[in-house]
Design a protein around this ligand. Structure first.
Ligand code: OAD
Length: 248
């Protein structure tokens, strides 16, 4: 494993434009459940009952109860060493951009600045009738919540199944992937498109793919370097190695 971490660190140091793609696995060690696999949310809950516009129209109260539970989990969670390691790589000038599929705010709380949230932000509410949107710092008191401007129904500011990613976010993410000569792919199954295609864009023009995951994923077959293990253990080790090599 130490050799793999050294390889990953060398790729990071040699890169001119390193980006990262993160998924639910990076927040797992902060106590936020992932989606797939035996303990994943989609084992216990049916996405078509909770994470689609149709489900929301059918039963906004049920959907909001589930989102309120997740908002509380996220508000009670803290960034873990993996989030801090990515923020440090950005501060060192090595990580140029971060693309996350996560709707939590742990990257921001750890100090990452240059990032795009492809699947939205669970701490934002959006009106389904007017253009009102607002940040929230606790779950709505009345469920389902109403728009203070027009009285319409407020929804969580996340991207649901069957919905498109906001065009600005999507364009930014793919433009960054076009520029990148290396990508760190952390804690994602890589099965949800279009996010799952981002590492292929980097690989497609000759860039390096470094993956950190506790298991193999849909990305592993294109990874130049697969670091098997927990993000919160592996990433800080890579950052320490990179810093020690910077001095050489
Ligand atoms: P998944 O739940 O599909 O995958 C999580 C990945 O994290 C798996 O590959 C795990 O092996 C890995 N993992 C778990 N714990 C880890 C740890 N401590 N360190 C490193 N890796 C770990 O989550 P995503 O790939 O993020 O979309 O899922 C993509 C999208 O599907 C989500 O954004 C969400 C979901 O439906 C929407 O809500 C639109």
């Amino acid at each position: 494993m130490q050799d793999t971490l050294i390889d990953a660190s060398k790729i990071i140091l040699k890169s001119n434009y390193l980006i990262a793609l993160t998924g639910a696995g990076i927040s797992a060690e902060s106590g936020i459940p992932i989606f797939r696999g035996k303990d994943g949310l989609w084992r216990k809950y049916r996405p078509e009952e909770l994470a689609t516009l149709e489900a929301f129209r059918r039963n906004p109260k049920l959907v909001w109860e589930w989102y309120s539970w997740r908002i509380n989990l996220i508000l009670g969670a803290k960034p873990n060493p993996a989030h801090y390691a990515l923020a440090e790589l950005e501060q060192l000038g090595l990580l140029k951009f971060l693309i996350t599929q996560n709707v939590d705010d742990l990257h921001e709380r750890a100090g990452s600045k240059k990032l795009v949230k492809l699947h939205g932000d669970i701490l934002t509410v959006i009106c389904t009738s007017c253009d009102y949107r607002n940040k929230i710092s606790e779950p709505p008191r009345d469920i389902p919540p109403k728009c203070p401007r027009c009285g319409g129904l407020l929804r969580p500011g996340v991207v649901w199944f069957g919905e498109s990613i906001p065009p600005d976010a999507l364009e930014r993410a793919f433009a960054e992937a076009e520029k990148a000569d290396a990508i760190l792919v952390i804690g994602t199954s890589g099965v949800v498109m279009p996010a799952g295609a981002i590492p292929n864009v980097v690989k497609g023009h000759g860039g390096y793919v470094i993956e950190i995951n506790v298991n193999e994923s849909a990305i592993t077959n294109i990874a130049d370097c697969f670091c098997k293990g927990k993000a919160g253990e592996i990433l800080p080790k890579i950052v320490e190695l990179v810093k020690s090599m910077m001095g050489d």
